[in-house]
Design a protein around this ligand. Sequence first.
Ligand code: UD1
Length: 432
Amino acid sequence: MTRETILSSIIEGVSRLLVRPSGPLTGAVQIQGAKNSALKLMAACLLAEGRYVLRNVPRISDVDHMCDLLEAMGLSTRWREDGALEIIRGHDVIPAAPYELVERMRASSAVIGPLLASVGRASVAMPGGDNFGSRPIDMHLQGLEEIGASFEVDRGVIRGKASQLIGTDVVLDYPSVGATENLLMAASTAKGVTVIHNAAREPEIADLAAFLNRMGARIIGAGGPTISIEGVEELRAVEHSVIPDRIEVATFLCALGVVGGEISLVGARLDHIELLVEKLGMMGLRVSPERGGIWAMAKERPKPVDIATLPYPGLATDYLPMIVTLLCFADGTSYATENVFAGRFRYLAELERMGATVRIEDHHMVIDGVPRLTGAPVKALDIRAGAAMVIAGMGAEGETVIADSQHVDRGYENFEDRLRSIGADITELDDE
Ligand code: UD1
């Protein structure tokens, strides 16, 4: 490495992974708490003063970023010895999320709803995060406007205010996860009843509603398409345990599908991944419940299937890079359709570098499976694309070096260690 490359890797915190042919997988892995739930629960701590204790929060860099954001707003965060995350929200909150912090993570927009509800003001830089396609937050803002907030965008910063939020019927054009979450948090202390129609139904929404209800909110119907929120006067700080990460479960299952074996995923919930299990079953994987989690086995080369992403209970867009990778090894041709994020295709070029044969027809991917990929230098373009590269490398001949693997750390706790413990040959390269 040149001096400049080394310097830039230190400054930007870039890292690389070396993956060699792996498997079959065997043993048990503990599934972490859901990133996409934990980040929103952390934002919800802005709603009321007091000491919160969040258990089963994954120790990943996106959570560190959310801690930084909350601290910049005047809250304090601390990992306790028992592994729980403690968040203290005092009387004063600075209702501003600066660009340097927001650009690291799209989930930062989750602070808008709670800030408006508790402080009446929010000044939040336009969000960044994973770079796939256009990811606006117009529905968040429109929904919040319908319950009484007003916004202006000033030089890349969204400035919102609300003297009194007032419940009403809000119909979302699309069941946006982030918009539903912002509305849930903002409406919890609004005057009167808010009803969200066409709400997102993801398990993480139900987890956030359970957390808010524990804080004293009155939310009915979360997990379904219509959610009713009766505003309450006051909320209080509470303790809560985050649901398991279904995307991580999907990741381990796809790795298993590629290299074969038999594994237990401790803490995983089958009821959150029903359609995924059906599709994996069609590919030849066996997945069943066992005490405290799920058990899975893969013995043969995967069979081709057709899949399409949709809002929950459809197949999650976040699973797709890993499933597509699995289908690259299938015995035949599969079709995969991305319906949620139009621009989420860039990782295909990386898979092609490893010998995958994938082409795009409209918004469908046509994947002609091959018996084996070949190791190559590739890039982790975002969290899930990075995980997909790891899986591809496990099933490839020769060595795969994944650049920018810090993206993987944004979403997976000790990913390499846990994969290694069940039979993956994966090493973090020390570039210093
Ligand atoms: C969340 C998840 C993300 C997941 C996605 C869909 C977090 C931190 N991220 O993202 O991992 O892939 O759900 O399950 O929880 N849209 C608009 N306007 C809006 C809001 C969304 O056009 O105001 C569009 C988006 O560009 C996208 C689609 O709607 O095409 C889905 O977005 P949404 O459901 O809001 O996903 P996120 O909350 O961003």
